[in-house]
Design a protein around this ligand. Sequence first.
Ligand SMILES: *Cc1c(COP(=O)(O)O)cnc(C)c1O
Length: 432
Amino acid sequence: MSGPAMHDPALLRALAAEVGTPFFVYDAALLRARIARISRLTAAPGIQARFAMKACPATRILREMRAQGVWIDAVSGNEVLRARRAGYSAGAVPPEVLLTADVFRDNALEIVCRERILPNLGSPGQIAALVAAGYRGPVGLRVNPGFGHGHVAACDTGGPSSKHGIWIDDLLAQAALARRAGLTVALLHAHVGSGPHIEEFDENAARLVGAFEALLPSLPEVSGVNFGGGLPFSYRDPSDEPDLGPLQRILGDAHARFSRAAGRPIRIEIEPGRFFVAPAATLVARVTDLKSTRTNDKGPGCDFIMVDAGFCDLVRPAMYGAFHRIDVVGSDLGPERPWAVAGPLCESGDVFTRDAAELIEPRFLPTPRTGDLLLLHDVGAYGVAMSSNYNSLGRAPQVWVENGVASLMSRRETLEDLLAAECDQPLAARVG
Ligand SMILES: *Cc1c(COP(=O)(O)O)cnc(C)c1O
């Protein structure tokens, strides 16, 4: 068999019978190979990879990262605690876990203070809040370098329209403020994203080298510089693997130049999310129905494959018009023709086949039969992580496949799970 073990039709049918549909299936060998690619890229001394765990925060995945020496970038107090439970160390020396939050919410400040997690600060208010909470020690400062590119316009990661980070011209003034308040600026960080091409990531990284190099002489306590995540993954053609050689040279060059400029070793970090995990999981749905509309004066008719997975399981197509490859697993498939693939949610936007303008874009697929399985590929990043309980369906189970053996990573959520946080508890607050 040429594809990953998780796509074996007999395995998928047996899993569908055992855990029900829809479900997510992860391939251990494929994930480990992805992590190994980044580990090789960052193998030189002074270069460190983190996993932006928001992309896929399951304990199983975090353990795989840790086993290959990858550190963590977390976004919330709870993400820090998930990383800790997966075995990552607390403390800022070395800073195995970095907390990059635009806003300190819930337990985030408390966790930073208690676990001595390196906080990555993106605004004057965050500096003040941290100091007010009693924290004294190393911090990172997240910079908005004035440029950047997300995978879609709504995800701009740098530039005047981006909410992230401290504007680069204000950085040294903020660093001085932080220092006077008892904080040590130990890390400079920028996440400029990539857009869809590795060349653009490389270009952004190269521009950042210049921007950071100019700041370093004024920041004598910096020991690390982080170039963010955003390594692209080609959702339309995963065989179109980017050449990481140029990036490896840029990182190595940055390490040498920064260390020379600073007169001490400066650790260089990157923190990909999707690149590590995107192809390592597939969402498996059951075809429940085929149906059609007819052309009228409002527009052309459309043929729908109805499946039992919806945007509660995978929101990227509905949210950004994101493309995921689709395959049908059936023993008696009919001819290929354009199909829209739609889910169970009471929302007309619950369609997986969309174009970049988020309009329905039927896809050439073989004609399935009711009961066949339909695979949505490359959902390891921002799949389960962005899933919801919309329509009270309960989040789908996650299955791990390793050496031909399957195990359950998380079971399907039940009605009891959905109701567990509901209560009828009197509160002290009164009107007026
Ligand atoms: C989301 C995010 C990442 C990861 O982005 P990918 O596109 O998944 O690689 C890395 N760093 C920060 C600060 C982020 O917000």
